[in-house]
Design a protein around this ligand. Structure first.
Ligand code: 4AZ
Length: 253
C-alpha cells in the first residue's frame, strides 16, 4: 500500500495472508478476504498453472508478515483452490481475476470469529458504487513502487472509486478495462495498492457496514498519475461465489 498508514488487523478482520511453500520455505504470496468461515476470496493471478493446494496456507488475524501472534492468529490449510473459469490474461489485463480458497485448520475446523477475525459482506449482484465513493484498501504490499521490499506490517489507505468511463478513457487505461473491473485512486494520486497487495480487499462502507467491492488485481505501477488501481469487481461474482461455495447467502448477518 502506497501513501497509507500503519493499520491493525482488528480494523480489517477479514484480511487473509496467503502463503505458499517454495524451495526456500514459506513465502508470502498474496492477500485475501474471509467471506464466510470456510472461504477466502482472492485473485486468480496469485496461482500460476500447476499450483498445488497442498503447498498453500492461509493465516487470518495477522498484523506482521514475519512475526506470529498466537493470541490473534488462526492458521489454515487449503483443501480447494477454485480459479474463475474465464480468468484470462491473454490481453495482459487479468479479466475475471478472482479465486476462492476453502480453508481448514489441523483439526478440520474453519475460522472462528474473534476481534481479529471476522467475515466481510459481499455486495448484491451487480450492485454499483457512484464514482467518488470513498473506500479503503489494505495489504502487506510495497509502500513505494520502486521498493525492494514488501511492508512488514498491515497497512491501509483511502482511495475513491473512479468512473468506468474515465478509467477506460485514452488518458487512463483505454480498452484494458472490462466490465469486470473497478478502478480506484486518490484525487492527488498519493495512495494506491502496490505489488504484494494483490488478492486483498477493497472495502467500501454502505450504511456503516463493510462490503468487499474489490479484489486488488493490477495497475501500471503504483500511485502514478492517470493510473488508478484496478480491482476485480466483486458484485459481478455474487452468483459465481454462491455457486462455487454452495453457500445460500452472503449478505445476511
Ligand atoms: C502487483 O504487481 C500490483 N497499483 C498490484 C496492484 C497495483 C499494481 C501492481 C495497483 O501485484
Amino acid at each position: 500500500v502506497v501513501g497509507g498508514a500503519l493499520s491493525a488487523v482488528e480494523l480489517h478482520p477479514w484480511m487473509a495472508a496467503v502463503f505458499s511453500w517454495r524451495s526456500r520455505g514459506r513465502a508470502f504470496t498474496c492477500g485475501g478476504s474471509l467471506i464466510s468461515p470456510c472461504w477466502v476470496l482472492t485473485a486468480a493471478h496469485c496461482f500460476p498453472d500447476g499450483t498445488q493446494t497442498k503447498k498453500l496456507s492461509v493465516v487470518l488475524g495477522k498484523n506482521a508478515i514475519n512475526e506470529t501472534d498466537i493470541q490473534k492468529e488462526q492458521e489454515f490449510s487449503v483443501s480447494e483452490l477454485i480459479i474463475h473459469e474465464h480468468f484470462d490474461n491473454t490481453d495482459g489485463n487479468f479479466n475475471n481475476d478472482i479465486a476462492l480458497l476453502k480453508i481448514h485448520s489441523p483439526d478440520g475446523r474453519c475460522a472462528k470469529e474473534s476481534s481479529s477475525v471476522k467475515t466481510v459482506c459481499i455486495p448484491g449482484p451487480h450492485q454499483t458504487l457512484s464514482h467518488g465513493t470513498s473506500c479503503e484498501v489494505a495489504g502487506y504490499g510495497k509502500e513505494q513502487e520502486g521498493s525492494w521490499y514488501y511492508s512488514q506490517y498491515l497497512r491501509e489507505a483511502k482511495v475513491k472509486v473512479v468512473s468506468p468511463d474515465l478509467c477506460s478513457s485514452k488518458a487512463y487505461y483505454g480498452n484494458m478495462i472490462t466490465d469486470n473491473m473497478l478502478c480506484a485512486a486518490s484525487p492527488d494520486w498519493s495512495t494506491d495498492a502496490c505489488k504484494g497487495d494483490s488478492g486483498g480487499p477493497l472495502v467500501c462502507r454502505v450504511h456503516d457496514r463493510a462490503f468487499l467491492f474489490g479484489v486488488v488485481s493490477w495497475g501500471e505501477g503504483c500511485s502514478r498519475e492517470f493510473r488508478p488501481g484496478v480491482y476485480a469487481k466483486v458484485s459481478n461474482y455474487h452468483h459465481w461465489i454462491l455457486e462455487k461455495t454452495g453457500l445460500s447467502s452472503l449478505t445476511a448477518h
